[in-house]
Design a protein around this ligand. Sequence first.
Ligand code: 0A1
Ligand code: ZN
Length: 878
Amino acid sequence: MGKNATPKTIRLADYRPPPWTIDTVDLCFDLREKGTRVFSRMTLARNPTATERADRLRLDGEALTPVCIRLDGSELHGDRYRIDDEGLTLFDPPDRFVLETEVEIAPEDNTRLEGLYRSGGLFCTQCEAEGFRRITWYLDRPDVMARFNVRIEADHARYPVLLSNGNPMEAGELPGGRHYAVWDDPFPKPCYLFALVAGDLEHVEETFTTASGRRVRLRIYTERENIDRCDHAMRSLIRAMRWDEVRYGREYDLDVFNIVAVNDFNMGAMENKGLNIFNAKYVLARPDTATDADYQGIEAVVAHEYFHNWTGNRITCRDWFQLSLKEGFTVYRDQEFSADMGSRSVKRIDDVRVLRAHQFAEDAGPMAHPVRPDHYMEINNFYTVTVYEKGAEVVRMQAELLGPETFRKATDLYFERHDGQAVTVEDFVRCMEDASGRDLSQFMHWYRYAGTPEVEVTDEYDAADRRYRLHFRQRVPDTPGQKDKPPFHIPIRVGLLDAEGCELPLVRADGAADPSLVELRESEQTVEFLEVDEPPVPSLLRGFTAPVKLQFDYSDAQLHFLAAHDSDGFNRWDAAQRLAQRMILAQVEAGVDRVSVPQDHLETFRRILERADEDPALAAEILQLPSESWLGDQMDPMDVEGIHRVREGVKAEVGRRLEPLLLAHYHALDETGDYRLDADAIGRRALKNLLLAYLVAGGGEAARALCLAQYRRHHNMTDVMAALALVAHSHWPERGAILADFAERWKDDPLVMDKWFSVQAMSHREDTLPGVQVLLSHPSFSLENPNRVRSLIGAFAAGNPLRFHAPDGSGYAFLVDRVLELDAVNPQIAARLLRNLSRWRRLDEGRQAHAREQLERVLARPGLSRDLHEVALKLLES
Ligand code: 0A1
Ligand code: ZN
């Protein structure tokens, strides 16, 4: 240790308005395979709202080779400025001036994928959060909003398509086989929304007419060979544009909207104004190449990026601490969009599953931070499930507290009041308050404090008075740097069921206008219901109205009852999960030799299957067992092998005991005709493939034959992957040939090959890690492509707890070897990968020792990136 200086901490409390503002920026890109130049001309003016008068102006800039600097037309003398590794400082600049700079950059060497880089034959950019400073000197902060005009010049033959933000203005030929295009964006924007693409791309095109009758040209650009995979993304875009008009009154505002699919991308996609750049994984789909989950992911991400046009672009963040202002709200918007496009309860279940598995774990670990963090070292490390998913829950709770009509008034007010501004979380919540007349000051705790609140509920029935009481107690656990937190304002939706499973009418003693919504504000609080004729079964936290851990001492019988009868689909699922969790953990803790499944579980399973036709997707959710990592989070220390053994044992037992029933349903659900992508067909495939997994776990010969036949039929990628994953876990003699067959079919298709890497990385087999080691040298694998890294190394570390947590520490050593290699290539991805060790304190002593050794190895490495350094420090400090 000691070889790396600890990176500087940036604090929200230190926020100051920028000393100068930038009104206009004219950029000219001279794109070259070597020697790319960026010319910039900016008009700057002293910021009248700056809190202090600065005598120097510091512009951010990294990895830029200076060519020329001119101020108000004259070359700047050497004593008027200084250049260092992180920027350009101007001494005593005038109150208003024009700054012209020219720099040389090397996109061809940029493997970080921040700033301008090459992906295949393309030039493309990624500027959020701080990539623009790798393109030119600038005030790289979101509260500096400027009008951009961009000219791009490149070789015509190799880069026939030249794109940037805004509307296309002009294009033409240049000497030497080069050409140019000019783009103008009329909306002032922060530089993180800047984008440029140049390359040889094909496109699909549609026209969208907005509610007010404006025609917008929509295009999706991709490499020629993928042009037949863009339809779903285009249809998703059109649905999202319409939905935003209807639900939020938001129209699109430029003449064109462009999406470009690129192969090398750190995240899912990016909402650059008028030019969204996407990871190809979230654009390209065809039934034979993409699973149902891929299709749903594309619909959600296309919508998410489109929705940012209002929540993020027209109204942006004052500083990066406010990231959840745009991300939490936009995730909430895309979740609601997907819920409206498919099944609302199933969407809610999927979202809560992610939240519980990842965000609750983050909130309980060394990287816990509030939805609005108040300090960071590297902002890239704060694109987290807390900022995104918990941030969405926090917006959802406000929508719940206000009710749909008032919430719409509040968002209308937000769009009207803050259009064109860079604002804060307080500004957003103030709109909620002003539109509703409510006081949300206690609600702000959700933004300020980390940690998942725990709510304990007990009940009491008074037969003589026909009264029923629910007693609530809340507690917010301590998290790094935050102790003894005040009680939160928590909306909890409840229902009461009678013995037949019917809803009891709710009459509240406190006369609450919405009797099903409990607003918890105190550490302890009691809610009383009147005229209750029988002791009810409470259905608590319906629809998961708050991101809390709710504890109520249900009997098994009550949970079986809720799983079968609750009118709230989410709570039916939740009851089934609680039952499964109880049954599995009891056997893990008892260390049983022979895993068993009680008869009433099999009965509930049967009952749900028999009613599955009503909503097959919901049935598939309910019948799924909680994941190994979720179960692990419920134990201290987690028993990695025990959980795996019992969970697999339960699957096998269900598969054996219900074999004829599962087979019958499997066949009934199997598609014969054409592939369909509607919600019902997706639900049927999900259920069918879940039943196949139970059958295969049961070990019967029929199941194996079915699985192999399903693979060989190649009917659609969802079915193929379901079968292939089971094959990859197996020791069947056909395994090698099938994996080879898949690779041979898809060797030229990187997105499909990712699936092939992943199933092998997630295999339960004992030879998985050596297999993964071998795959690192597969011709389709590359450390420079984030999707490949995630599909192999990420899938192993995040999706294979049994093998990743091998007791000899080999999984951790493997991860850290790769993380250290990657840090020199792509620090963002390296830091993300290392977070797979976040839960190391929850392991037994032996594993903890191995994990600690590996984390220390990271910190001891000289020249660590800031990204990786911050994560390694925080994991070890815990
Ligand atoms: N704003 C994008 C996600 C994004 C964030 C950071 C990136 O690079 C560090 C790239 C993309 C979104 O929410 O979709
Ligand atoms: Zn986003």
